[in-house]
Design a protein around this ligand. Structure first.
Ligand SMILES: Nc1ncnc2c1ncn2[C@@H]1O[C@H](COP(=O)(O)OP(=O)(O)OP(=O)(O)O)[C@@H](O)[C@H]1O
Length: 208
């Protein structure tokens, strides 16, 4: 079966400093790849290049064998990204924010989907709060929730475990395992060996 995501010979420098050199991998549906390595080793840079949020200097990223851009409707329908916790509409509550995502991506019964995800993320008491009033862990939950209220074939997650409490980290490992079981591919950057062991089918250490 053709890979969902193919990254070939990807390279990226900032100024004269090479960050990524010749990164090559394939990711199939129902598989998870963990990017690991120390601070500054290029994990976020690679995720951004794959998601189309940054441009590589050379190399190729293909979805289902086709090159794509961030604005390509097929890519937007397939790829759910959680790259940082700052991408909120400041004037929308937790539930409104999630419902907007669900509706924009054409989910049937968006209100029911949002109710389920809010409960699953333990944000029921915060559902009418604005993002600025959330704790940092609650903001992380909202960022992850925005990926879960919409269709997805590929999840791109930057350190999804960050700022979650231990119940939240347990939930994350279970949820990502379920996502794979449902056929979703997962590309994640992480500093957590536990999460890597629980979820990843293979690992690329960018520090090596
Ligand atoms: N826009 C930019 N301009 C210049 N340098 C950058 C830019 N973005 C990232 N870098 C540098 O690229 C390197 C890789 O950064 P990146 O954020 O990809 O690392 P990371 O592996 O995700 O690190 P961490 O584990 O700390 O999240 C770092 O040295 C960083 O300072």
């Amino acid at each position: 079966m053709a890979a969902l995501l193919t990254v070939t010979d990807l390279a990226k420098s900032y100024g004269d400093v090479p960050i990524l050199t010749s990164v090559t991998f394939e990711l199939h549906s129902a598989q998870a790849l963990a990017l690991t390595g120390p601070n500054g080793s290029g994990k976020t840079t690679l995720l951004k290049c794959v998601a189309g949020a940054d441009l590589p200097d050379s190399g190729e990223v293909r979805l289902n064998g086709e090159p794509f851009t961030e604005s390509d409707p097929k890519a937007r329908a397939a790829i759910a990204c959680a790259l940082d916790d700052a991408d909120f509409f400041p004037e929308l509550s937790v539930a409104e924010h999630l419902e907007l995502f669900a509706r924009a991506h054409g989910m049937p019964e968006p209100k029911a989907v949002v109710d389920d995800v809010v409960a699953e993320l333990d944000l029921t008491d915060q559902r009418d709060q604005l993002p600025v009033t959330l704790s940092s862990g609650q903001r992380r939950r909202l960022t992850l929730g925005a990926c879960l209220v919409r269709p997805r074939r590929l999840l791109i997650l930057d350190e999804p475990e960050q700022r979650l409490d231990s119940a939240g980290r347990d939930w994350l490992a279970r949820r990502l395992t379920d996502e794979k079981a449902n056929g979703t591919a997962i590309l994640l950057a992480t500093h957590s060996e536990e999460l890597t062991d629980a979820v990843a089918d293979y690992e690329i250490d960018l520090g090596e």
